[in-house]
Design a protein around this ligand. Structure first.
Ligand SMILES: Nc1ncnc2c1ncn2[C@@H]1O[C@H](COP(=O)(O)OP(=O)(O)OP(=O)(O)O)[C@@H](O)[C@H]1O
Length: 227
């Protein structure tokens, strides 16, 4: 395999068997993303964007095909192995943030580093530095319940990027943010893509955000078409 390839999806298919009729949402879809490359995925509601992100993050199982991240196939991994792999290689930004309510912003961001074995103090320091990058240094000691929606979103983005992951998966990362804050996030993503060589897959309806990425792929009828 080309070592510059960070994500390789080959013939991935996902059929839902729930409901009266089977529904094939992704139909032998293929996608290759290189280190440091950012790909936007656009498509109408119900086209399968969330399904694709869930598969890439190992949160859902393929019906057919294969996904390799940083050269490792995630297809045959056990749940425990996928959990460990996710912590080492993947950063996630979900639409609903999924921050831990009982921990402060900086503790939330430090968490994936601590899980990787970094000393608590070093992890907290690194978390504070990345929170400053997203304009959240003054709010770092607050819990998610004391933050606005856009602030929570910025904490989630900081948490996804703090580990320099091989692959960053984002679902509408700038959805709730004003233009200045969104600009800051884009600058941080640019930096992480070039310094950490992370590959990004970003699902969005925001044409401005999509146009800022290296490639825009349109998901339609289970397939990806380059725009
Ligand atoms: N667990 C499930 N069981 C059955 N069908 C499902 C399931 N999850 C999603 N679907 C269906 O699969 C299709 C794709 O859903 P998905 O959430 O991936 O779309 P999306 O592109 O993310 O949509 P949106 O932009 O509205 O969030 C939809 O028709 C949805 O109803």
């Amino acid at each position: 395999m080309n070592k510059d390839i960070m994500l390789q999806c080959e013939g991935i298919t996902r059929t839902y068997h729930e409901g009266p009729q089977d529904l094939t949402v992704l139909d032998e879809l293929s996608l290759t993303v290189h280190a440091g490359e950012r790909v936007a995925i656009v498509g109408s509601s119900g086209s399968g964007k969330t399904t694709l992100l869930n598969l890439l993050g190992g949160l859902d199982r393929l019906t057919a095909g294969d996904i390799a991240i940083a050269g490792q196939s995630i297809k045959g991994m056990s749940e425990a192995d996928i959990g460990r792999f996710r912590n080492r290689h993947i950063g996630f930004v979900y639409q609903f943030h999924h921050l831990l309510a009982e921990f402060t912003a900086d503790e939330n961001v430090a968490m994936p580093l601590v899980i990787r074995g970094m000393k608590r103090r070093d992890a907290r320091e690194k978390a504070r530095a990345i929170l400053a990058r997203v304009g959240m240094d003054k709010r770092a000691a607050h819990k998610p319940g004391e933050l606005s929606g856009g602030e929570r979103q910025r904490v989630a983005i900081a948490r996804a990027l703090v580990t320099d992951p091989s692959l960053v998966l984002m679902d509408e990362p700038t959805g709730n943010l004003d233009q200045t804050t969104a600009g800051r996030i884009l600058a941080l993503m640019d930096d992480v893509a070039s310094s950490s060589r992370s590959a990004f897959v970003i699902v969005t309806h925001d044409t401005g955000l999509a146009a800022h990425q290296d490639r825009v792929m349109h998901l339609d009828q289970g397939h990806l078409v380059q725009q």
